[in-house]
Design a protein around this ligand. Structure first.
Ligand code: ATP
Ligand code: MG
Ligand code: MG
Length: 430
């Protein structure tokens, strides 16, 4: 992918935007871009630099992402904190073409890392509640204030704030940011170079780190006896590459498989409520460590059909209206609303699953399944909105002041909203 139209090859110490940003280390990559930790010499802080591939369709996608990011950066201040912030944007020309670059605030690890950190055993329910509250506030903001559907909510796309302070990274000798290219530079071709090896080793250790909470040392996080309950949790929604305005959708096929809502599979049209479905899948995964739905194609049935079957096993039969309304319905359902190619279902209601498989107490199982089931309504219009969901007693069972403002559905007084969010901040110890 490091060719014309593809990624831009970056070396540690490379300068961007006339020397303002200096590359420190690679943070990640995706289909569209590589993302680098960079030092902003103007504001003297670390930032995330997302360097898009240069071909026309990637430039187009970056422009769209910048549009969305600019829109959501401009809103009620205490609300914008729950979504990624765009700091700057510029073009960078290299051997592979002209790359659009987005400068984002530097964030920490994703919920996916957190789930891995628990060895797929799940996070304590008090933490699940806190994380859910942050996600819901972010969603409520996107949906209500901007009319934006994220369309790709998943654990990877929720990042924690309060990352490790890179200057205190114990795996790096110096305490200050790299301001120029290391001696001799790092040649992509001389993979064996000493520096490269060291960086790789560090990256491997870094990739095991969990940059949550107030501490700065990676080792601190790796301590086996570290109690996950001590971690302050605050997180943000990121990755707006697939987000769209509800009234300006450009594709039917949205969402990552496991987090995909039934109406998307059935191609029955979609709205904000598809994010609520994904949110429920994330909440379940956080609490149990397992994906709620992880369908596979099998003999005589497709991945879509397996997915629909799993939904029915957990949630019951599709309402007639839903089973007949999508462009794909006739492919999957017969006229009784049964699946054509998967005839025998093993019903397993959510509460039973939580209590029997995941050993939730009767009380926890009851309350959590009740919270999730409303969101997993097979009829999209029946799902609660993010705003309504924030009022749910399950969230308010956290021992911090409930976000009262969300109790009044017609309340658009943003002053009051700030009060609610301040309560949340106090609760999470900011
Ligand atoms: P995708 O194929 O998922 O659409 P993409 O090319 O659009 O990928 P992103 O998902 O935005 O790229 O970012 C790639 C990775 O970089 C993320 O998974 C994450 O690990 C890291 N990353 C992105 N943004 C930040 C940030 N603000 N702070 C820290 N790390 C980040
Ligand atoms: Mg991504
Ligand atoms: Mg993306």
């Amino acid at each position: 992918s490091y060719r014309r139209g593809g990624y831009h090859a970056v070396k540690i110490g490379d300068q961007f935007a006339g020397g303002r940003y200096i590359a420190q280390k690679k943070l990640g990559w995706g289909q569209f871009s590589t993302v680098w930790l960079a030092y902003d010499t103007k504001d003297e802080k670390y930032v995330a630099l997302k360097i898009q591939k240069s071909a026309a369709q990637f430039v187009q996608a970056a422009l769209h992402e910048i549009d969305i990011l600019s829109a959501i950066g401009d809103g009620t201040p205490s609300y914008t904190k729950f979504v990624a912030q765009l700091i700057d944007q510029f073009k960078h020309t290299g051997p592979n073409g002209s790359h659009l670059c987005m400068v984002l605030e530097f964030l920490g690890d994703s919920l996916l890392r957190l789930i891995r950190f628990t060895r797929y055993r799940g996070v304590p329910l008090t933490k699940v509640r806190e994380i859910c509250t942050c996600i819901l506030i972010g969603l409520d903001y996107l949906h209500r204030e901007h009319g934006i559907i994220h369309t790709d909510l998943k654990p990877e796309n929720i990042l924690f704030i309060s990352p490790i302070d890179p200057s205190k990274d114990p795996f790096r000798s110096g305490a200050s940011p790299i301001l120029e290219r290391p001696e001799g530079g790092i040649n992509r071709n001389s993979v064996a170079s000493h520096m490269e090896k060291r960086l790789k080793r560090r990256a491997r250790k870094m990739s095991m780190s969990l940059s949550l909470g107030r501490g700065n040392s990676i080792q601190e996080y790796l301590k086996p006896n570290r109690n996950i309950d001590e971690i302050d949790v605050r997180c943000k929604i990121v990755d707006f590459g697939n987000a769209c305005w509800a009234d300006n959708q450009f594709t039917d096929m949205v969402q990552t498989r496991q987090y995909r809502a039934p109406e998307v599979i059935l191609q029955a049209g979609y709205s904000f409520s598809i994010d609520m479905w994904s949110f429920a899948c994330i909440a379940f995964e956080l609490a149990t460590g397992d994906m709620l739905f992880n369908p596979r194609a099998g003999q005589g049935f497709s991945e879509d059909e397996d997915h629909l079957a799993m939904m029915m096993e957990l949630l019951g039969k599709f309402p007639k209206k839903v089973a007949t309304s999508g462009a794909k319905c006739k492919d999957f359902f017969d006229r009784h609303g049964d699946l054509k190619r998967i005839r025998r279902l093993k019903m397993c209601p959510l509460k039973k699953l939580l209590v029997e498989r995941y050993k939730f107490s009767e009380k926890d199982g009851n309350e959590f399944s009740e919270f999730l089931l409303a969101l997993l309504d097979l009829s999209p219009e029946k799902r609660p909105t993010a705003q309504q969901c924030l009022q749910h007693p399950w969230l308010n069972a956290i021992d911090y002041a409930p976000i009262d403002i969300f109790n009044n559905q017609n309340n658009n007084n943003l002053e009051n909203l700030n009060v609610g969010i301040r309560n949340l901040e106090i609760a999470v110890g900011k």
